[in-house]
Design a protein around this ligand. Structure first.
Ligand code: ZN
Length: 394
C-alpha cells in the first residue's frame, strides 16, 4: 500500500536542533509536526523518503520584529493605513517563508490587516510564516507611530487602546516607551509615558494574558521598561546625548537581566555600512553594548524591524550575518538567537524554535554545516513550515 503522503522521512542528514548537533541521521515529519528523530532504519516505514546527504536540518528562522504593513521602499511613514494593501502583505509573508522565516512577530500596524493574514495562514489559505501580532502600538499623542491610531495621553486612554486590541484578538501588546526615528517630532531619547502609566499598561496587558514588547531607544525609556517588567525590549539602543549606544548603564542592564527580559536589537542587513566604515565610532559602542548585555546575562534575539525604509521582509538570513559580526557572535550563538531563544522570548518555545519530537515541523535543510559557514542559511535547499513543504530543491 502506498504511504500516506503526509509522512516524510528525511534520511542521511546532520541535525542541529537549535542548540547542538544531535547524534541522529533521520527526521520523520507527520502532518504539521516532527514525529520522531533518530536512525533512518527505524523511521522509514510507511514514509516518503528523501535522501539528504550533505545537508543539515535546522529549525526554521524567527524574526521577532517585523511590520508587514510597511513598505520598505517608502522613505516616509504612512499618514494612515492603506486598506488596499492586504494582497501586498500576503506577498511579503510568502516571500518571508520562502527565505526560511517560518515564524515572525508583527509589532505594529494600523488596521489589523496582519491579524487577518495570520488567521488566513493558520487556516492554510495563505502561505507565510506563523505570525503573532500586536495590532496598534500604544503611543502618546503625536508620539512614535501615532499614525496607527493607538494614541493615549494617560493610562485610562491606554486601557481603551488595549481593549480595542484585545477585541481584535491580538497576541501581545506593543508599547512605545520612547520616541523613534521614523516619526517626525518624536525623539528617540525621550520617554513617552511616566513610570506609573507605563507600569500600569504592562500590568493591564499581563492581567489579560498578553506579553508586552516595548520600543525603547533612550536609556531612560529602557530603564522604565525594565522597572515596568515588559517581556521584550525592542532596539535597546542606549541612546544618550552623544548618540547611539552612548549611554550604556550597567545597573540598568543588571535590572533587565534579573527580570528575565529579552532584548531584540533589530539589526538589519543595512547595518553592514557600520562594519564597512572602519573609522566610525558607533560600531565600537554598539558592539560593546551588545557584549556587555550578553555578559550581564541578557539574551539577544534575532529581529530586523522589516518594513522600515530599506529593510525588506525576507532579509533576516542576510541580517543574521551582519548581526553576528556586529555583536561578535559565533555562528552557533547567532543561530540560537534566531531559533530556540527567539521562540522562547516570544512565547512559542513549546511549539517551534527547536527540532524535537512533538514540535512543529518548522525546518530548513541547508548545505553543509551552518556552524562552520553561517552564510549557507541564505540559500536553504528545502523549507517546511508547520509541515507544509515550501521549498524542496535537492
Ligand atoms: Zn518596529
Amino acid at each position: 500500500m502506498a504511504a500516506p503522503a503526509m509522512i516524510t522521512t528525511l534520511t542521511n542528514l546532520s541535525i542541529w536542533d537549535g542548540e547542538k548537533h544531535l547524534d541522529a541521521n533521520a527526521l520523520r515529519l507527520n502532518g504539521s509536526q516532527i514525529e520522531q528523530i533518530g536512525e533512518a532504519s527505524a523511521l522509514s516505514q510507511g514514509a516518503r523518503l528523501i535522501d539528504c546527504r550533505g545537508l543539515t536540518a535546522m529549525p526554521g528562522l524567527i524574526d521577532a520584529h517585523v511590520h508587514l504593513e510597511l513598505n520598505p521602499d517608502d522613505k516616509d511613514p504612512p499618514d494612515k493605513t492603506d486598506l488596499k494593501i492586504a494582497p501586498i502583505m500576503a506577498e511579503r509573508a510568502a516571500a518571508m517563508v520562502a527565505a526560511g522565516i517560518t515564524t515572525a512577530r508583527d509589532l505594529g500596524g494600523g488596521a489589523w490587516l496582519e491579524l487577518s493574514l495570520r488567521d488566513a495562514i493558520n487556516r492554510g489559505e495563505a502561505i507565510g510564516p506563523r505570525l503573532i501580532c500586536s495590532g496598534q502600538p500604544v503611543t502618546s499623542p503625536q508620539g512614535h507611530c501615532h499614525f496607527w491610531n493607538g494614541v493615549a495621553a494617560d493610562f485610562e486612554e491606554a486601557k481603551v487602546v488595549m481593549q480595542r486590541q484585545l477585541e481584535h484578538d491580538v497576541d501581545l501588546i506593543k508599547v512605545m516607551a520612547t520616541g523613534g526615528r521614523l516619526t517626525r517630532g518624536s525623539k528617540p531619547t525621550d520617554v513617552q509615558f511616566g513610570q506609573d502609566t507605563l507600569s500600569r499598561i504592562v500590568d493591564f496587558a499581563h492581567a489579560h494574558g498578553k506579553r508586552v514588547a516595548a520600543h525603547c531607544h533612550g536609556t531612560h525609556g529602557i530603564h522604565q521598561a525594565a522597572i515596568a517588567g515588559v517581556n521584550t525590549i525592542e532596539h535597546c539602543s542606549w541612546v544618550g546625548a552623544q548618540g547611539w549606544a552612548s549611554d550604556y548603564q550597567p545597573d540598568v542592564a543588571d535590572l533587565i537581566a534579573s527580570r528575565g527580559i529579552w532584548v531584540s536589537p533589530t539589526v538589519n542587513r543595512g547595518w553592514q555600512r557600520m562594519l564597512d566604515n572602519t573609522k566610525g565610532a558607533v560600531l565600537a559602542r554598539v558592539r560593546s553594548a551588545y557584549q556587555n548585555m550578553m555578559n550581564a546575562g541578557i539574551p539577544l534575539i534575532a529581529s530586523t524591524d522589516a518594513g522600515i525604509p530599506g529593510v525588506y521582509h525576507m532579509d533576516l538570513p542576510h541580517a543574521l550575518l551582519v548581526f553576528a559580526q556586529i555583536a561578535g557572535l559565533s555562528a552557533q550563538q547567532t543561530l540560537t538567537s534566531a531559533t530556540r531563544d527567539c521562540a522562547r522570548a516570544i512565547g512559542l518555545g513549546d511549539q517551534t524554535g527547536t527540532l524535537a519530537a512533538g514540535m512543529a515541523a518548522d525546518l530548513l535543510l541547508v548545505h553543509g554545516d551552518p556552524l562552520a559557514d553561517l552564510a549557507v542559511i541564505t540559500d536553504p535547499a528545502a523549507i517546511w513550515a508547520r509541515g507544509r513543504q515550501i521549498k524542496l530543491a535537492i
